[in-house]
Ligand binder design. Structure first.
Ligand code: ZN
Length: 245
């Protein structure tokens, strides 16, 4: 069975730990790894705004990453958690949310605002993942209306299609490896200490050959009954203990 890894970096915005980003970027270049970057187009999250800005233009930097073949994903619009949901979200995880529990109109407006920013910076977006993994059916409807049909989140061991959306699963935030299927590793560089980076470096060194690109991952959409069963079991198991972050 296929085994592959995808690297997803969360909370990429004007304000972030740029030193860590530079270290990660050098590491990716050295091992020819092409990650997915979750960009917050209009970041207003007060916690994230505490991180430093860089002198150079952020969007020039985003275009440079894109030129290297890295995938740019939309990670919410402003990353403000103004709602709380009690496991009524799409992945039944619950928690703070930028999207879940907002009306369809409001969610459409938020997503449109984010996409307009990307468009004005000439960055083409085809995939989305919500802050704190919390989104609902209305998020899917709004995304589809705006031409986004792919999400980098969800349960399973292989990418799948559900409700007209292609999902690439993202199960763990720790660098666990299981010997089958596609695993997406969620990385928050802002929380990285030297020790975490060293661990990550070792992981990349060891597994670089198995790390695939976003496009390779999405091409593996698989809708067999067998994989559907696996998803249901994983969902039940992971809901009881929230592994993801
Ligand atoms: Zn985030």
């Amino acid at each position: 069975m296929f085994t592959g890894y995808l690297i997803r970096l969360d909370d990429i915005a004007e304000n972030m730990d740029w030193n860590m980003m530079e270290r990660a970027s050098n590491l990716f270049d050295k091992f020819e790894v092409k990650p997915v970057l979750g960009i917050i187009p209009n970041n207003k999250d007060p916690e994230l705004l505490n991180y430093p800005k860089r002198n150079s233009n952020f969007w020039d930097q985003v275009r440079n990453w894109k030129k290297k073949g890295w995938e740019m994903a939309m990670h919410g619009n402003d990353h403000i958690y103004d709602k709380y949901c009690k496991k009524i979200d799409y992945l039944s995880l619950g928690g703070n949310s930028e999207f879940c529990n907002h009306t369809l109109e409001k969610q459409f407006q938020k997503l449109k605002e984010g996409l307009t920013k990307f468009e004005s910076e000439n960055i083409k977006i085809k995939t989305f993942f919500a802050p704190n993994h919390t989104f609902d059916n209305n998020t899917l409807i709004a995304l589809k209306k705006l031409g986004i049909n792919e999400i980098l989140d969800g349960y399973g061991l292989m990418p799948y299609e559900e409700n007209g959306i292609k999902f690439i699963p993202q199960l763990f935030y720790k660098l666990y490896t299981i010997p089958f299927g596609l695993q997406t590793f969620q990385i928050h560089l802002n929380y990285f200490k030297d020790k975490d980076f060293e661990k990550f470096e070792k992981f990349i060194e060891l597994n670089a050959k198995k790390i695939i690109t976003y496009d390779q991952a999405i091409s593996k959409v698989e809708n067999s009954l067998h994989h559907k069963m696996v998803r249901i079991i994983l969902k039940k198991a992971l809901q009881t203990k929230r592994f993801i972050f």
